[in-house]
Write a protein that binds this ligand. Sequence first.
Ligand SMILES: [Zn+2]
Ligand SMILES: [Zn+2]
Length: 302
Amino acid sequence: MKHETIRACSIWRALDVVGDVAVLLILEQAFLGRHRFDDFVKQTGLARSVVSGRLAKLVEAGVLRKAAQRQAGYALTEKGRGLFPVALMILRWQHRWEPGERGFSVRLVHRGCGQAMEPVPHCAACQTEIDPRAVDWAPGPGLAQVTPVYTRRRQQTAAASAKRGNQTMVDSVIELFGDRWATLVVRACFTGIHRFDDIQRDTLMATNILSGRIEQLLAQRIIKAVPYSAHQDRFEYRLTEKGRDLYPVLLALLQWGDRWFADEQGPPLLLTHRNCGQPLGLQPKCSACAAGLDIRNTAFEL
Ligand SMILES: [Zn+2]
Ligand SMILES: [Zn+2]
């Protein structure tokens, strides 16, 4: 039988909601405390029609809700606040790898210790920092296969037009997670799939689209091409250190997907932390005082 489905892990399901450049920019503003339509337009640089369409989509998905008073705008729901670790891990990556790209930066302050800090991804069970090379992936009870529908969305246009003044609002991490195709290539690399044909089988992308995404990821230095035969003309794609550091973002998305989209069969993918042998859960911690971070004790400042 012809292989026509791909693994529908919780990352895939989460990206169905948030895997869009415009959505990521709007959610970032929501975490920065903005609520009103006009502020979303001004701060993201997106067209009004794009913002209004994405806000409607986020309300429908249960991530935002419209406040009772019209002028109060939109608020994050519990499901929306559940994306807090994703937002933290995206900021962590931006600060480490592309700090100057966007012309503005978000500072994180832990209210518990009062310090400016960076969030550090720890294992919730054994409290050590997570290294993606120490994580085993196995299919879980809820692993389903889906037939991917790769519609040409307007996200590339949204990415290109998102500007505030002369500043572009989009950097590699937003471009990547705003594009499910590119994210699937990175997911393949994290799960031990490295060769073009194997990635193509895992993602069912058309070969020209896959080539394009691989070129983009190479240009962003998220993956590197490594020859694997003596002839030097056959390549495998391996994550660079910069690419491997996207792991906490994927993990945070996976946990959010497990929490909100897994069915009664259980999670589609089981991650085990080799350091402690426990299921891997992400606990962001403060780099200054090592206390656990949550949405109430952390401030985002521009
Ligand atoms: Zn552990
Ligand atoms: Zn602290």
